[in-house]
Structure formats: C-alpha cells, structure tokens
Design a protein around this ligand. Sequence first.
Ligand code: SAH
Length: 349
Amino acid sequence: MDIMSMSIEQLGERIAAAGQPKYRAKQLYEWMHVRLAASYDEMTNLPKALRERLEAEWPLTVLRKVVMMESAEDGTRKYLFRLADGNVIESVLMKYHHGNSVCISSQVGCRMGCSFCASTIGGLVRNLEPSEMLGQIYAITRDTGERVDNVVVMGTGEPLDNYDNLLRFIDMLTDEAGLHISQRNITVSTCGLVPKLRQLADENLAITAAISLHAPNDELRKTLMPVANSYSVKELLEAADYYTETTGRRITFEYSLIDGVNDSAACAKELAGILRGRNCHVNLIPINPVKERKYRRSLVTNVLQFRKMLENEGINVTIRRELGSDIDAACGQLRRHYEALGGAEGGEE
Ligand code: SAH
C-alpha cells in the first residue's frame, strides 16, 4: 500500500518499525492530509535524513496536472491529472453558491459499458487507490488555494466496483485528522450494483447515494446500461428503499435525457409511477453528446415538459444546472483525446 493510502494507525506501525518515534507519524499524516504537501522537502519539521529515507522508500502519491481548462463563464475547471504509473484521469471543480464541489474519478476507465458514456469506451484499466481519489481533491485545493466543500464521486468509473478503496477514501476524507469534510457533503453515484448498494447502506454513513436510473423499465434500461441485465429496476428500487430506511438519507435518481430514447411523455409518466411515494429526488441531466455514440441531447422543450410531468405527480425534480458550457465535453472525453494523441510527456506542477 502506498503511504498516502495508509490510515494514521498503519502509518504509526510503519514508522515505529522504521525505528522512529511515534509522533512522527502524526506529523507526517498532517503534512500529507491537512497541509497537502506535494513533496517531502516541504515537511520541514521532519529531520532531513528521515525525509530522504521516506522519499526513497515510500514515494508520495502526488497527482501531476497535465491540463486545466477553466470556463470563462462560471469558473468551472476541468483537470486532467497524471498518476505515478502514467495513467491519466479527469476531475472537475464546480463553483456553486454553497461552495466548491469537486467531481472525482474512482477508476481509470470503467467496465460498466453504458451506451451513452465516454468513460467506458476503452474498458476498465484499473481501480484508483484511496490516495489517488484523495489526490484529486488535494491537487485541486493546492491549485485554487480554496477549500473544497463538497465531493461527488461521479467522474469516470463505477465507485461501487472499487468498494474497499472507496470506503477507505471516504474514511480518510472525513477524518478529523485529515480534511475533515462532512459525510453529508459527499455523494456517491452508482449505475446500480444492487448488492454493493445494500452493503453501503449497512455501513450507515451519512453520505448521499445517487442512482443512475435513466429509464423507467427494464426493457429500455437494458438498451442503455448492461448492468440492467443483472439487476431489475424493481430490485434497484428495493435497494434504494433499503438505503433510505437504514441511513435516513434521501436518495437521488439521475436521469440523463436522450432525444427520442427516454424523454417521452410516456417515459415521464412511467417514471413518476415507479417513484411515487418514495423519499427521493430526481436530477435530470440533458445528455452530453459523445462523438463515438449516436445519441443526441433532448430538446429543451422536452426537458421542461419532462420536469413538469414529474412535478405534477409530486416528484421532487431538478434539471442539472449546466456549468462550463464553453469548455463542454462529456466526462471522459478529455482523457480520450489526450490518449489518442499518444500522451504528451512532462506536465506542470
Ligand atoms: N458509474 C457511476 C458514476 C459515474 S457516471 C454511475 O453510473 O452513476 C456519472 C453520471 O453521469 C451517471 O449518472 C451517468 O449515467 C451519467 N453520464 C454518463 N455519460 C453521460 C453523458 N454522455 N451525458 C450525460 N450524463 C452522462
């Protein structure tokens, strides 16, 4: 395990085994997870000999910024980071009135195969380590000099397909020895791995679960999301209910609107029918067209009509505010473009 994925207890054991006093572990942890040091050189209250030894034996997991694009309209920033093994991942910073939100990736690529999504085109390369999920937040905090208030695990990857690392990441992010972000300010989005969603409910965390539904019935959902062949909408909704009952947290359903595919009045009606009476919130996302895919974004009039029909049925619904439309590109496309160019050497920071 890399040093930045270790809990403070594990770090303490390693430090003791290396013959160092225990308080060094606390200092080191604070440098890595509170002061967000990008190198051992910055850790000036550690003896130089120790820093050199750490550098040789336990290199820090620091993400290198390869590209950053900032929206002139609203300050949204898209980042492409390089990992130690050369893989690249995307993260997004969004500025809302209630604070800074960062959308992070949980895997390099994805194996879920959703037909409208750019992140899954090259398949799954590997899981991200806890340190690499944290590292996206740390690098953005260093880059902006501003605190991150909210974290959404909604970038590339299926977080529940990287379950253990996800939980450790949440644990470290919310720990008072680290950035101490409240569980309530974390959202994890899943395509609907039912057994893992139930397992997550049993952890009884105060995080929000968002479920990518995208269709009101199995038949249509199967045409968009291969995961629908494994779990039915009914099983998914039961797991969502279980999550709400166990944690007391309201579920968010994401519904990406695709022109002529899932945006009809009949779909809205059917969706309202299956969600009625549930303590939930629906987030409508006009789809970002992906050039490798045939889908088009729903017409604005259809989006508004879809919302209205849900509202009329008493369903809590919002349309995702469009951010950074001047740097618009579906998630995963920045990485794909970069890899298609063969991945330039170097990088900033
Ligand atoms: N694997 C997780 C999290 C990553 S995807 C999940 O499926 O929820 C985050 C959200 O973006 C999901 O709701 C996903 O279905 C949606 N999404 C993917 N590609 C999209 C696109 N081209 N346009 C709009 N939403 C998209």
